[in-house]
Design a protein. Structure first.
Length: 202
């Protein structure tokens, strides 16, 4: 299914879950970008939304900014896999954010949302929500990201930064059902507006 076919989607054609799973990864990012721009931007008072997903995105897919200087923002990390996000993927993505914010490539987000059509595995879900302190320590103890680019001293500073400056309460996920229902609702409103505009022009 393509992004454009969303506008022709009817509930009887295919299940909502299967619809999300049928996108290509890039298309899924576009869909989430549309959802954040069309539904969440006004609701959360974002001033701008931009998709940075792709090679070299430094762990950012869809960025939603509260301020024009882009210092206060939310990240919507899109993971379109054939399986739920597991604990290994969870740790890898959080490690990226910790590394690049430590390097001052960009500021820590206010909120960081995992968005995936198959959601989180049970283990990843429980660790993310109920064992945040343990998750932080495991990430430090098992650190592998960009190790060849850091000295031992830099690693120690990074780990101290993670312990003291990264609040793991920012990491959450958004269920597929939640963002799908809001997305379809928004698309329906857009379609109605287009039809109304056509009637006016005619």
């Amino acid at each position: 299914m393509t992004k454009e076919s969303l506008y022709e989607f009817e509930c009887g054609d295919i299940s909502e879950q299967k619809m999300l799973e049928s996108f290509e990864p890039n298309e899924y990012e576009e869909v989430i970008e549309d959802w954040v721009k069309g539904y969440l931007k006004q609701k959360r008072e974002y001033v701008d939304v931009e998709r940075l997903g792709g090679k070299g995105d430094k762990g950012r897919d869809v960025c939603a900014f509260y301020t024009t200087d882009r210092q206060t923002w939310d990240n919507y990390q899109c993971k379109h896999y054939d399986c739920p996000i597991n604990l290994s993927i969870l740790k890898q993505e959080i490690s990226k954010l910790c590394y690049y914010t430590f390097k001052n490539d960009y500021p820590l987000p206010k909120e960081y949302y995992f968005v995936a059509p198959k959601s989180l595995s049970v283990d990843a879900h429980d660790t993310l929500y109920y064992h945040k302190d343990e998750l932080k320590q495991v990430i430090i103890d098992e650190w592998t990201f960009q190790t060849n680019k850091m000295t031992a001293e830099e690693k120690n500073k990074l780990f101290e930064y993670i312990r003291n400056s990264v609040n793991f309460n920012i990491f959450k996920h958004i269920s597929p059902t939640f963002h799908l229902m809001n997305l379809l609702s928004n698309l329906k409103r857009q379609t109605i507006l287009v039809l109304d505009s056509s009637n006016i022009l005619n």
